[in-house]
Design a protein around this ligand. Structure first.
Ligand SMILES: NC(=O)c1ccc[n+]([C@@H]2O[C@H](COP(=O)([O-])OP(=O)(O)OC[C@H]3O[C@@H](n4cnc5c(N)ncnc54)[C@H](O)[C@@H]3O)[C@@H](O)[C@H]2O)c1
Length: 309
């Protein structure tokens, strides 16, 4: 809600329609009234762990809600470019089969051929996904089908960790944002398993937007791309805590829990070669340190008086 108010104040020609993507009639009405040329579908139940408490809602929002949007697009704006924000969790725990080596502060891929990370050929079935990963995989497949079968301009982006200063991180989703928040506010943080050496690649929202813009300018129906920060922007939990503590000038109150989250990736780095091959003008422009500096600065401002996030 804070971000909606920000957008309403800072932009022109912005209209907000408060519609639940499970509400097919509401979507139908919106799409009948309004023609779209670009649809960026980011609505989700986005948490891996939360899904176990709400399996039906998770599937209705992530899978059925996506079909509702795709079908409304097909019926009313079939020429539109449709971007679906999928996730690397569609690969389930298959990325954990890549041989790893343990370094002082992180896990890393053991073989040189895996250095650039996980690419789109990684299988998405016969793995442990979490219910969230399964509902997103269902949506990912249906979105591809609207591209391939109906030849619509659908692109599927399997996100690594997407973040930025305006990310409303919570305990179960948005780890860098939540880490920054907890470090600055003195709140507690738990690290689950893998010795705190689990690795994620992080991409700034600016670079996500430019990737979507590149696809929208020259869409390839039904294509799937991994989208994350790549190796340069990868970080382990231990490393992230160290970096944020340094920027924040205070220690995080964290504890280690021996058991890892079910199906959690040990080392996940998005291989960006396919997207960069198709869209050579696109590149990562924000480093991990840029991102963290911005996040700490923004969070400090928020804590100094703006509405709660
Ligand atoms: N942030 C990440 O690290 C990451 C990684 C991979 C994929 N993704 C994907 O990117 C997208 C955005 O994620 P995020 O991190 O911004 O999460 P978020 O929770 O900040 O945003 C999700 C948005 O969906 C909206 N929403 C939830 N249920 C809805 C419904 N039934 N109808 C309409 N809107 C609904 C919420 O209000 C919220 O604005 C999601 O599809 C998520 O799966 C995110």
């Amino acid at each position: 809600m804070w971000n909606l108010r920000r957008l309403q104040g800072a932009t022109r020609n912005f209209t907000h329609a408060d519609i639940d993507i499970r509400d097919r009639a509401g979507l139908e009405e919106l799409f009948r009234r309004q023609r779209f040329d670009l649809i960026v579908h980011c609505a989700a139940q986005p948490s891996h762990d939360k899904a176990r408490e709400i399996p039906i809602v998770d599937f209705e929002v992530n899978a059925l809600g996506t079909v509702n949007l795709l079908e409304a697009t097909r019926q009313h704006s079939p020429e539109a470019v449709f971007v679906f924000t999928s996730t690397n969790k569609v690969y389930g725990d298959a990325p954990n089969e890549v041989p790893l080596k343990e370094l002082a502060t992180r896990w890393d891929y053991a073989r040189p051929e895996d250095y650039a990370g996980i690419d789109e050929t990684c299988r998405i079935d016969r793995t442990l996904h979490s219910l969230f990963g399964a509902s997103k995989a269902a949506a990912d497949l249906v979105a591809q089908e609207y591209g391939r079968y109906f030849k619509m301009n659908v692109g599927v982006f399997r996100g690594g960790c997407l973040t930025g200063p305006s990310h409303s991180g919570v305990e179960l989703h948005g780890f860098l944002s939540y880490l920054v928040k907890q470090t600055l506010s003195g709140g507690a943080y738990s690290v689950f398993g893998y010795k705190g050496k689990q690795v994620r690649d992080n991409i700034h929202s600016h670079d996500v937007v430019t990737a979507i813009e590149a696809f929208a300018e020259n869409p390839r129906p039904g294509e799937v791309y991994n989208l994350g920060g790549g190796r340069e922007n990868s970080v382990s939990m231990l490393e992230a805590i160290g970096k944020i503590e340094e920027l924040a000038g205070r220690k995080l109150n964290w504890r280690y829990v021996d058991e890892n989250r079910i199906g959690d990736h040990i080392c996940y780095i998005s291989n960006l070669a396919k997207f960069q091959g198709h869209y050579p003008g696109w590149k990562i422009t924000r480093t991990l340190d840029d991102m963290l500096r911005e996040m700490v600065g923004f969070q400090r401002e928020q804590m100094a008086g703006s509405p709660a996030r």
